[in-house]
Design a protein around this ligand. Structure first.
Ligand SMILES: Cc1cc2nc3c(=O)[nH]c(=O)nc-3n(C[C@H](O)[C@H](O)[C@H](O)COP(=O)(O)OP(=O)(O)OC[C@H]3O[C@@H](n4cnc5c(N)ncnc54)[C@H](O)[C@@H]3O)c2cc1C
Length: 256
């Protein structure tokens, strides 16, 4: 079993000031809950493989997971990536794969010697920008969050990713920046972009009561599987997804 993600767990846990609705652990801080979860993982010997998954491809009887320049294989995958809460920029969907990238470590080499921009929404964005800077010619770094300030003359808002066949510039209120790629680095990407062919409902993956998706061997749980967005619901669905994945693996073993 491989657990791919962030070794610091989720920023949505560590940033929570006080949690009152996790049964058995009342009034716990997010930081403490994260520490307890981490200690539990250590106790049962589950290591977090600190890797960002760029894409999950269903290959029929197995899955291929793209992690930077590495390709991993799995018989079954449980998706627990959380939910994307920022709106796509104009041009983002249109140029995805043609100058819009969600993964610096996967695509940096494609832009060797070029100018690129990084829209840093995620906690690891600054680190990814540093990695990029070693390969590309120059990096324009924009720290991002969900809130746009009120309109003011001296605030420069990013409006659109523009280009023709591929990206040529990032358009802002004060003009255009020439770039060959815009790296949009969020904590999670829309599930249908991460897993081609998965059935979604907006930002959520469609699941049945056993956390099964439309793709055989692929399960989803937590925020990415729908509302309510709560820790205890994510943990409970994780439990069901794990049992379903084990059931699936046992079934395919019998068929061999
Ligand atoms: C400030 C705040 C306070 C909250 N307070 C409460 C509360 O008091 N009670 C409550 O019940 N809920 C609360 N919530 C909601 C709760 O945080 C979420 O419901 C819960 O974290 C969902 O867990 P999850 O595992 O589904 O997703 P997340 O916690 O979002 O975790 C997803 C993980 O997957 C990783 N990931 C994403 N994409 C990839 C990829 N491609 N490759 C590798 N890793 C990836 C992310 O880095 C992250 O570590 C709060 C949320 C916030 C933001």
């Amino acid at each position: 079993m491989l657990l791919l993600g962030s070794s610091s767990l989720s920023p949505k846990i560590s940033k929570a000031h006080r949690i009152d609705n996790y049964t058995g652990l009342p009034a716990i801080s997010g930081m403490e809950l994260a520490e307890r979860l981490k200690a539990h993982l250590d106790e049962v010997g589950v290591e977090i493989t600190d890797k960002q998954v760029g894409a999950v491809y269903a290959m029929g009887d197995y899955f291929a997971l793209q992690c930077g320049e590495e390709m991993l294989e799995a018989n079954s995958v449980i998706v627990a990536t959380g939910v994307v809460q920022t709106k796509a920029l104009d041009g983002e969907d249109k140029f995805l794969g043609r100058g819009v990238s969600y993964c610096a470590t996967c695509d940096a080499r494609l832009y060797k010697g070029k100018n690129v921009a990084v829209l840093g929404y995620s906690t690891d964005s600054a680190e990814e920008a540093l990695f990029l800077s070693e390969i590309v010619d120059s990096v324009l770094y924009f720290p991002m969050n969900d809130n746009l300030p009120d309109e003011r003359n001296n605030i420069n808002v990013i409006r659109e990713i523009i280009g023709e066949n591929s990206v040529t510039a990032l358009k802002t209120d004060s003009g255009e920046y020439d770039v060959s790629c815009v790296f949009v680095l969020r904590d999670a990407v829309m599930p249908d972009k991460l897993i081609p062919g998965v059935e979604t409902d907006g930002a959520h993956i469609k699941v049945d009561i056993n956390m099964k998706t439309n793709i055989s061997g692929l399960f989803a749980c937590g925020d990415v599987a729908g509302k309510p967005y709560q820790y205890i619901k994510a943990a409970g669905q994780g439990n069901i997804a794990a049992l379903s994945a084990i059931g699936y693996l046992n079934e395919i073993k019998k068929e061999v």
